[in-house]
Design a protein around this ligand. Structure first.
Ligand code: IPM
Ligand code: MG
Length: 370
């Protein structure tokens, strides 16, 4: 089969890790008889520099015309002083919204081979964890009304400063659609779903909680419980093994997924899928553009390679192909190879290219063996 994949390499380490994932996709194509036609589009700082805007119309059209989209990362110090609506990050929010990708799946599991890199006590690392964060992606405070106003004179005069505001806003249908994704995911896993909110303070969270409980009637096989977000942040560190699927708002999901990623040893390991109603999705590592290590061949390409595996599974329905990539990553980690971020202090590490090559070789070997 032929598939069209739009690539959004972005900034910093984005281009090098996307290149790694494409090498892996090419190898999968050869082994399983597919052709992945890739086209790169500008996004983020790279687009600001080349086209004067973070999300050119061309990029949106290219993504809409593709079967699916693979993204690297955006942002960097070079563009940090731009006004909020012109920053590279705006392109990421814009493309998620333009493609209608309201659900963001962020799996975090502890690889047995990486137990030593897990910052938790050894008995917790030994027990391991395998959880999935389902994050609402195109609503909430990220997309609510925001702005700045001068502080009224009566309250101290203009020289007293300004007022800034961001608005958290969720509607019942927005909560329902992300809720259904999470219930369905939990039903396919161990059937345990934790809805994370701040219902003791926020009205949006109270609507969130009510809606999740109403949905629960449609999923008798799923056991739903609620957890306040501050407690969830604590429980993730106290005992991550208690969780299976968590569902939460855009901002809480952003924060908790970075926390969960660090429990796996490195944020360089975590892939994500962003999906909407159709099969087209956007797949990206959850880490950022790491400008400090860009172009130095030291970035860990695994999160992006695993994102490509998720693309094969969720957008193209190629399960065996996705599993082949995941097994190749397992095999390489089991063999002891590490990029710097997941190497123990005394352990030697390899670069981005060498890690990519090792994964491609493992893929080829398993193909020859099978
Ligand atoms: C993420 C990132 C983005 C987000 C930033 C770069 C806008 O942190 O994908 O988690 O907050 O969604
Ligand atoms: Mg984040």
């Amino acid at each position: 089969m032929n598939y069209n994949i739009a690539l959004l390499p972005g900034d910093g380490i984005g281009p090098e890790i996307v290149r790694s994932a494409v090498q892996v996709l090419e190898c999968v194509g050869q082994r399983f008889g597919h052709h992945f036609a890739t086209t790169s589009y500008l996004l983020g700082g790279a687009a600001i520099d080349a086209a004067g805007e973070p999300l050119p119309a061309d990029t949106v059209q290219g993504c809409l015309a593709a079967d699916s989209v693979l993204l690297g990362a955006v942002g960097g110090p070079k563009w940090d002083d731009l006004p909020g609506d012109q920053r590279p990050e705006q392109a990421l929010l814009g493309i998620r919204a333009a493609l209608g990708l309201y659900s963001n799946l962020r799996p975090a599991r502890l690889y047995p081979a990486l137990r030593a890199a897990c910052p938790l006590r050894s008995e917790l690392a030994e027990a391991g964890f395998d959880l999935l964060i389902v994050r609402e992606l195109i609503g909430g405070i990220y997309f609510g009304e925001r702005g700045r106003q001068p502080l009224p004179a009566a309250a101290g005069g203009p020289e007293a400063g300004e007022v800034a505001f961001d608005t958290e806003r969720y509607s019942t249908p927005e909560i329902e659609r992300i809720g259904r994704v999470a219930f369905a995911a939990a039903a396919k896993r161990t059937g345990r779903l934790v809805s994370v909110d701040k219902a003791n303070v926020l009205e949006t969270s109270r609507l969130w909680r009510q809606t999740m409980h109403r949905l629960a009637d449609d999923y008798p096989e799923v056991e739903l419980s609620d957890m306040l977000v501050d407690n969830a942040a604590m429980q993730l560190i106290r005992n991550p093994g208690q969780f299976d699927v968590l569902v939460t708002s855009n901002m809480f999901g952003d924060i908790l997924s970075d926390e969960a990623s660090q429990l796996t040893g490195s944020i360089g390991m975590l892939a994500s899928a962003s999906l909407g109603e159709g099969t087209r999705g956007l797949y990206e590592p959850i880490h950022g553009s790491a400008p400090d290590i860009a172009g130095r061949d030291i970035a860990n390409p695994i999160a992006t390679i695993l994102s490509a595996a998720m693309l094969l599974r969720y957008s193209l329905g190629l399960n065996a192909e996705a599993r082949a990539i995941e097994s190749a990553v397992d095999a390489v980690l089991d063999s002891g190879l590490r990029t710097a971020d997941i190497a123990a202090p005394s352990q030697p590490s390899i670069g981005t290219q060498a890690m990519t090559k090792a994964i491609v070789t493992a893929l080829e070997d398993s193909g020859n063996a099978g």
